[in-house]
Design a binder for this molecule. Structure first.
Ligand SMILES: [Zn+2]
Length: 219
């Protein structure tokens, strides 16, 4: 793959993710390994619908020097560089602020994946990455320490998700499956509460308290 092919593929992926609602505004970013030495990454603060191939940055994986691109790279380029260095089996790395998975990160824990369809695409678990501000070396370092060969989705606390995979297409499928797995988690949690919550409702508690006050006032 040459630089131009990679840039066009990155743009097509951004548009697909934006259409699906996983990239809102200028949030999120996409990276793709071009060859052993280079990767392409989306530019910072650029509308996905206005992006041209020249805007996509080409960086050297080794020292992160910018080789091509009219704009500055995404502030999360170090996240993607760690993924592409550690996961040599992966050609793609996608960071999103996808709504349901991002909401899940507020819980502060990993996601066990139970549904067989999700497991086939994602593996058995989405890992949890502790909080650090966006675009910092701190966040990149926390992600790097969490990277594992068998884990393809990472939930970054109070922020969003990162998925990696052998191709951009396979990684988009992981983004979609992660959103669905998080939705399943919340649906199951709500259903479980309906079945098992035997505690009295708030109105019942208030009625009981009012009645007991009435009885006390009569005594
Ligand atoms: Zn982000």
């Amino acid at each position: 793959m040459n630089f131009d092919q990679a840039r066009c593929e990155v743009i097509a992926t951004c548009l697909e993710l934006a259409e699906k609602g996983y990239l809102a505004g200028t949030g999120g970013n996409v990276a793709c390994r071009i060859d052993d030495e280079h990767f392409a990454v989306t530019p910072t603060a650029t509308d996905y619908y206005a992006m041209s191939p020249e805007d996509i940055c080409v960086l050297r994986l080794d020292d992160l020097a910018q080789i091509e691109g009219d704009r500055r790279p995404s502030i999360e380029y170090k996240l993607h560089a760690h993924v592409l260095r550690v996961r040599r089996d992966c050609r793609a790395s996608i960071h999103t602020h996808q709504p349901i998975a991002s909401a899940y990160t507020l819980l502060g824990r990993a996601l066990e994946i139970h549904h067989p369809h999700h497991q086939i695409i994602l593996g058995k678990k989405a890992a949890f990455v502790g909080y650090a501000p966006s675009g910092t070396n701190w966040l990149a370092s926390k992600l790097r320490k969490t990277l594992r060969p068998e884990i393809n989705a990472y939930l970054m606390r109070n922020h969003g998700a990162l998925c990696c995979g052998p191709t951009l297409g396979a990684t988009v499928a992981r983004v979609v499956a992660l959103e669905s797995a998080c939705a399943t988690f919340f649906r199951d949690a709500i259903n479980h509460r309906e079945v098992s919550d035997c505690k009295p409702s708030l109105s019942e508690v208030i009625t009981q308290l009012v009645n007991s006050d009435d009885k006390e006032s009569l005594q």
